[in-house]
Design a protein around this ligand. Sequence first.
Ligand SMILES: [Fe+2]
Length: 336
Amino acid sequence: MANYDFNEFYRKKKGMNTWTFAFATDIHVGTPRSFRYQPAWNENWQTARRQIIEINPDFLLLGGDLARDGNIHRYELEAIKADLDRLPFPYHTVPGNMDTGNKHTDVTGPFVSRDDVSLNVQSEQLEQFCSVFGPSQWTFVHKNVRFSGFCDMLAGSGLREEKALWEWLEAQTKLPKQQHHVWVMHSALFIEDPHEPNFDIRDPTHYHDWYFGIDEPYRTRLMEIFKAAGTDLVLSGHVHCRKTQYAEGIRFDIGPTTAEAQWADRWPDGDPTLGFLNYAVTDQGIEDTFVPLDKVSTAEGYGPGGHPVPDQRDYSIASEKPSLEAVGLTESKGEF
Ligand SMILES: [Fe+2]
């Protein structure tokens, strides 16, 4: 797909008012200074980046998990920020759990290798993300469409930033309505149905249902805010498997990753193919196109997956040696 102009394609197809925006998520770009590094994921992002530039959208939205371990390594956040800043169009991003810490829990899950309580999002991690990327909640209007994004890991966290988030979210419902309202968050609002019960983190058969979604009462509160804010479309990531759901008149798109697929067998219609989404805003509505990666890298990396505790992070295997200051920037915290 060389120099393919989606905007021109849609203008011819739908009329002159058509324009596009792209959505990528969970790109997980790392660095060889880390205790783990998958160059394939970096190469895949460069492939997606080139394809997005060829499409030439008005802007790019990102659903978080920009870095491999952004919650641990500020230098990884800064590296992907520098890459994104060189795009020839604007971008807007929310943080993901690998950028700031996970959804809050008071009890740990069933896996001995994962201390869930220690992975809870912390203010210091959120501050680190915001010091690199700016505010974690934002809203703007582009051509009669409002776009809003926020850090959903704060919901139920009890952190001082949570109260301000809810106040900001409620305020969005009072803004003048535009033609459409598109939201960006990291987690899926729900797994099967917005009225599903909370999944039990301690149940190994439902751990990932817990991990990828939002619990009540925050799920219903967010749904009410989305409805009151005139929402058409909610974009999220985290799952690494593309899936579309509809609830209460709103479309929910879980975007594909460019890094490594997960949960391919969770839903019959889930698509684990790596890529990104391109949306055309036409007189008829918002139309999505899935764009698979032109090429998927097979480069080999090193280091453990999951959420290794600090003493399991061996920086001596890093192919590029980080400074002690870089390694010790944050107390080590920290599937995707
Ligand atoms: Fe992720």
